[in-house]
Design a binder for this molecule. Sequence first.
Ligand SMILES: *Cc1c(COP(=O)(O)O)cnc(C)c1O
Length: 378
Amino acid sequence: MSRPAIAHIRLDAFRHNYRIAKQCHGGKALAVIKANAYGHGAVQCANAIADVADGFAVAAIEEALQLREAGITAPILLLEGFFEAAELPLIVAHNLWIVIHHAWQLEVLLAAKLAQAVQVWLKLDSGMHREGFPPAEYASAYARLSQHANVDKIVLMSHFADADNLNSQYTQQQIEVFKQTILDLKGDVTTNNPIDLLEISLANSAAILGWHQARGDWSRPGIMLYGANPLPEIGDSSNNILQPVMQLTSRIISIQKVTQGQSIGYGGIFTAEHDTTLGIVACGYADGYPRAATTGTPVAVDGKITRLIGRVSMDMLFVDLTDFDHSIGLSDVGIGSSVELWGDQVPVNAVAVAAGTVAYELFCNVKRVQFHYSDTKF
Ligand SMILES: *Cc1c(COP(=O)(O)O)cnc(C)c1O
């Protein structure tokens, strides 16, 4: 028997969430499948929506080439563009779209000798201060790109810093900066391109779900495609319109009993206040379950919610089976019982909050476990 830690990936749920993202935002949607589709498997996820996806977005050319090799022909945007000039021939050969976010990239692109023009997504820094041209330099960057033979179509884009915080006005301010910069662009630029027809792209998942003012021609949903709602206010509600894609499960491989006053696991950070039945689960931080998760983090055993206790170790963790013992007896829950770490019964956001992180990081960290792909609900 092989180790029972499994990430079940439901591709039908992924398709469902892509449809929801498109419906919520309208227009076209680039499915963001960078970082191996947030740990879910980029090729599998891309194939699952290849017939309906308007395009894909990844972080680097290696990720894009993997998709092209797998037969994905839809547009693929490199969210940080290229990192060095040597990538440009491949970008042209594989018909990739590139973000241009900095003056050095613009100079490299315009100095290159390309066999064909590339589509550019010109990034404005509207307030995140990570990537993008400052508003004062945006129009001139646009003008230089739009007049150059290396550049095909230009899409105007920006990215939000705080869209998952519905109580903050920062997203609204970023929208205003973007709008004003586009107005200035129309005033400044002397070009043959009909600027009114330029496409724009602003919204990530949080903006798609929470900021209806932030609409554009293209949305860029990421985390919501995997079924994790980035808005904490509605993240755990029962009428969540998103379906979890990853269900991380394992099994109980040992049962221990401790008496009041005994402490368990590394560091003995949990001391039993009364006689306690422990289930030892074959899943640990080497599988991506967060070591920072504390006693009380929800876990489901045979469909019933209980709690993590003690310190998560590399290959195993403890769950509290004391109540199972009293209510339904150990004959029902025991060695081999199935355990859901997150998925249907345990929202990934609940684990993320307990571990002081976000669902993004939990998903990206999943490794070593078996990946089982399915296309129907089970
Ligand atoms: C990762 C990324 C996204 C997707 O963000 P989510 O919060 O996962 O929806 C969108 N746009 C850019 C530029 C990104 O880097």
